[in-house]
Every structure is written in C-alpha cells, then in structure tokens.
Design a protein around this ligand. Structure first.
Ligand code: ADP
Ligand code: MG
Length: 342
C-alpha cells in the first residue's frame, strides 16, 4: 500500500452552507399498470405533485407509511426513475430533462445508500473493488495507487479496517456491509445522498452507529441528505427538516422541532403518536391517534384530500376539494395540506 496521501477529490470546490442545491417542482412519478380489463387505462400515481427544496449540508427526512411513495420519490430525484412530469433542478439544471448520457457526470454529485446492504453489493467483488468502482468509472485515468489509497482512506472514515480491502461482502456483518455501501456512495464526495431506510434492516444496537456515521460524514463533506425512514425516533435525531408523505403527496413539511413539538396535519399527528418515546411515563400517558385501515391504492386515490378516508377530522369539504399545501405557523418553512389543520 502506498504511503502517499491524497487531497480530498473535490478540494477546489467550496460548499456554501445554506445554498439551495436541489429544487423539486411538482414532481410526478406514475407507473403504467397492466391489470385485467383496466389495462393501460389508469396509472399508479406513486408520487403525485411533490415540491420541496434542499440546502447544502441539510438533512430532509421523508416519512410516511409503507407504500406512501418515499422510495419512488428518492429514485426520481436521482433519476434512477425518470419522472413522468415536474422538475428536479440540481444547481440550476433540470435533471429530468437530460438524456441518460448527459446525466453521467452528475453521478459525482448524487449518490444513494440502500436499505439492504448485502443485497446491494456485488458478492463476487472484493470490498476494495466495490468501493473503487464509481471512482474508476468517473475518473478512468486515476492511477491504481491513488485509487487504492483513496479507497483505504474512505474505509477508515466509515470505520472499516483498510486491511480488509481484499475481503468479500459475505465475510462482513450487516452493519459493516452498510459501512461498505456508505463508503461506495461517499468515494466520489457527493453533494447529495439519498439514504433509503439505511438502518431499517440493521439490529437496533447497530442503527445508532450508522446514523452517527452519516452525521459525521455530513459534518466533514457537507453533503445534503434525503433521509428516508419510517422510524420517527431516528428521524428526530438526524434531520433538520421533515417531509410527511401520504399516497404520493406532501401532507406537511416543517422544521424538525416544529413538526415534532406541534404537528398540525392529522396524519403527522397520527404518525408521531404511534412512535414509541423512550420515557416510560410519557409513553403511558401520551395521547394516541389510531389510524384505521390501510393506505388506499394509489391507482384509485380518494377524491379531494387523499387522507380523508382515514382522517378523524374529515368533513364534506375534504371529499370535494384537494387541500393546497399552504404556509402555516410561525415560520414560513412550515406548509400543511389540510382544510382543518390543528
Ligand atoms: P415506500 O417507499 O414509501 O414504501 P414506494 O415508493 O416503494 O413506497 O411505493 C409507492 C407506490 O408505488 C406503491 O403503491 C408501490 O406498489 C408502487 N410502486 C413502486 N415501484 C413501482 C414500480 N416499479 N411499478 C409499479 N408500481 C410501483
Ligand atoms: Mg421504500
């Protein structure tokens, strides 16, 4: 192994904290469905008109029940799925409009961390090759020594011993494999990481380590994060802002503390009330809002407000009019889509 040390890959570029890097506007991701006599007649609206932005070194959590469209949103932002409509402006360029070949250079900026670490890593490649792959594909002229040294350095940063560089994924634990996945995502020093339930498949004892690792890496590299999770205690710990998604639409988006301390949308309130809190006295006495039934099919969403069929506050108006996502509350950062917010 060489003893040379290499400067950060993107040392010449400065990250301006607070700069808006990502602007998503009215994003729609519809899937055609082939199903009996309905074939081709109605799309599945997995993401249906989502708008938000994200600043440099900011973490926006995306929460919502399974099937609410979180993963689809994350993939559509990264262009792993090409959106049906809407804009994904990355530093002023609409990625949704670019051809595949033109998207290639953006791989340096935009990376993903998956839920299931082992399934996302090629079992026949060594850890070193897995982590080096994005580097080799984007910087084909980088010499072998430098590539190997950068991989070793990144392994240390994510808490892996560089001596393990020639091992295979199956020789590692789930938590270590997620560190490998994170190293692979970070090797290009990206500006945005989409982390799709990155700790959901891990033992609870390991989850905090991985979440802390992501926080540390964000301190060092200043990347933005779209942190997808259904675990509200993890979200509260890691995020700066929270976006609540239901049937492909934003119900509420707000700063983290505002959202947790005073949720205003009944769906946000239900999610928060269902999440366990560590203090047993508080856990026993806290109010609970039970959500009845399951999330409806995105092929046939309810008229008006999509949440109304499970909403304890629903009235006639909710079936007739789609509530706009309006600024509410002390700061303009909070927006709520509800005819009768708390
Ligand atoms: P979440 O990550 O919040 O659980 P997903 O984004 O995975 O939600 O899914 C949202 C909806 O889109 C679900 O109804 C799901 O079945 C549907 N869906 C996701 N991917 C596809 C696809 N490739 N083709 C058809 N439907 C899909
Ligand atoms: Mg998902």
């Amino acid at each position: 192994m060489s003893d040379k040390s290499f400067a950060p890959l993107r040392a010449g570029e400065t990250v301006i904290k607070g700069e808006k890097n990502l602007e998503v506007k009215d994003l729609k991701m519809y899937f055609p469905i082939a199903q009996g006599f309905l074939r081709g007649s109605k799309p599945l609206k997995a993401v249906d008109g989502v708008s938000f932005d994200l600043e440099a070194s900011e973490t926006l959590a995306v929460v919502g029940e399974s099937g609410s469209g979180k993963s689809t949103l994350g993939r559509a932002v990264l262009q792993l799925l090409r959106p049906t409509a809407g804009k994904v402006n990355w530093k002023g360029t609409d990625l949704a409009k670019l051809k595949l070949a033109a998207l290639r250079p953006y791989r340096a900026d935009l990376q993903i961390v998956f839920q299931d670490p082992l399934a996302s890593l090629n079992p026949r490649m060594t850890v070193g090759d897995i982590i080096a792959e994005p580097l080799q594909s984007l910087y084909p002229k980088m010499d072998k020594d430098e590539t190997r040294e950068r991989v070793s350095q990144m392994m240390s940063k994510v808490g892996l011993l560089p001596q393990m560089i020639n091992r295979y994924p199956h020789e590692f634990s789930g938590g270590q494999n997620q560190r490998i996945g994170i190293a692979r995502a970070m090797i290009l020093e990206p500006r945005l990481i989409v982390a799709d339930e990155p700790v959901s498949a891990l033992d609870v004892s390991i989850q905090a380590q991985i979440v802390n690792l992501l926080k540390r890496l964000q301190d060092e590299f200043q990347m933005s994060m779209l942190f997808i999770s259904h675990d509200l205690s993890v979200v509260r710990y890691i995020s700066h802002r929270v976006l609540v998604l239901y049937l492909g639409k934003i119900m509420e988006i707000a700063d983290r503390d505002e959202l947790f301390d005073k949720p205003r949308h009944p769906y946000t309130q239900a999610l928060i009330s269902a999440a366990p809190v560590p203090d047993p006295d508080k856990e026993a006495t806290k109010p609970r809002i039970l959500l009845e039934g399951e999330i409806p099919s995105p092929v046939n969403p309810p008229s008006g407000c999509v949440f109304r069929t499970r909403c304890p506050r629903a009235q006639d108006k909710c079936a007739k009019e789609v509530p706009a996502l309006e600024a509410r509350g002390a700061t303009s950062a909070r927006r709520v889509a509800c005819h009768f917010p708390d």
